[in-house]
Design a protein around this ligand. Structure first.
Ligand code: PAF
Length: 280
């Protein structure tokens, strides 16, 4: 199958409405490019949920803070397209910033609830409004029936699920389990910044989350298990931003013993910030 690249909303709509007219369903996989195996897994899963898939590649300026360097975000359009062609992706949407945010653009989606859980939002205050704004636009532009996001960015996934529900967007938001190295390290475009020894050290996040989950399943209090995990990560050389147990869908601090829990962690290894999370 030949991969088609479209760069305008008009062309995207032409392609997806052709599919709809043929009675075919469509999934969207929103990305910012720099694709890795984790993204390709989303694409494969998308094709299990829908007849067609469109992958968007757009480095969204609205989700970068003033101190974050948008121009340094890794970009490799040719490599990304080649990888998607190998996966038989029929359509790639690669708009420029002007297409998504024309000069007079004045509307944005403001998210709360899981977006204000005091996790990633504490470190990147404008991030989730930026994500929600572009994702809502992509949902509307594509008219897709479902959208797939990695559980690696667990808070983002819950924010998008909430946003789609709250705005009555007719799309099913599907979370896909985190792809991991054999060592357990979650795949991330940031892993490329880790040295060989840091790559080894980095496996500590997943191992400590697993140990904490085991302790909780065995009857330990969530707070003492996550505190122990944070201490152990510090000993391993991480600078810990958080290790915490939250309600798996609202991301609020759990109030009862029987809530479904998610353990989430963020920690720095040298100059690289890593995040991970697992179910209890
Ligand atoms: O996870 C990402 O790559 C981005 O936040 C997303 C969902 C594509 C929105 O820009």
């Amino acid at each position: 199958m030949k991969l088609k690249i479209v760069r305008t909303i008009e062309n995207l709509r032409e392609e997806t409405s052709l599919w709809r007219r043929e009675g075919l369903t469509c999934a969207i996989v929103p990305t910012m490019g720099a694709l890795h195996e984790g993204h390709l897994q989303l694409v494969r899963r998308a094709l299990e949920h829908a007849d067609k898939v469109v992958v968007s590649i757009f480095v969204n300026p609205k989700q970068f803070g003033v101190t974050e360097d948008l121009s340094r975000y890794p970009r490799d359009e040719d490599k990304d397209v080649a990888l998607l062609a190998q996966e038989n992706v029929p359509l790639v949407f690669m708009p420029n910033a002007q297409q998504i945010y024309p000069a007079e653009f004045a509307t944005s989606v403001q998210v709360s609830g899981p977006a204000k859980a005091g996790l990633e939002d504490k470190f990147r205050p404008q991030f989730f409004d930026g994500v929600a704004t572009v994702v809502a636009k992509l949902f509307i532009q594509s008219g897709a029936d479902c959208a797939l996001f990695g559980e690696k960015d667990y808070q983002q996934l819950q924010v998008i699920k909430r946003m789609a529900k709250d705005l009555d967007l007719p799309i099913k938001v599907i979370g896909v389990a985190t792809e991991r190295e054999a060592s357990g390290l979650a795949l991330s475009s940031r892993n490329r910044y880790l040295t060989k020894s840091e790559l080894q050290q980095a496996t500590g996040i997943y191992k400590n989350l697993q140990q904490a989950a085991e302790k909780i399943r065995g009857g330990s209090k969530a707070q003492s298990a996550t505190r122990a995990a944070a201490r152990s990560l510090t000993t391993l050389g991480f600078k810990v931003d958080y290790v915490t147990a939250r309600n798996a869908s609202t991301l609020a601090v759990p109030q009862t013993e029987d809530e479904p829990l998610r353990l989430l962690a963020a920690a720095w290894l040298g100059k690289t910030r890593l995040i991970d999370n697992i179910a209890v």
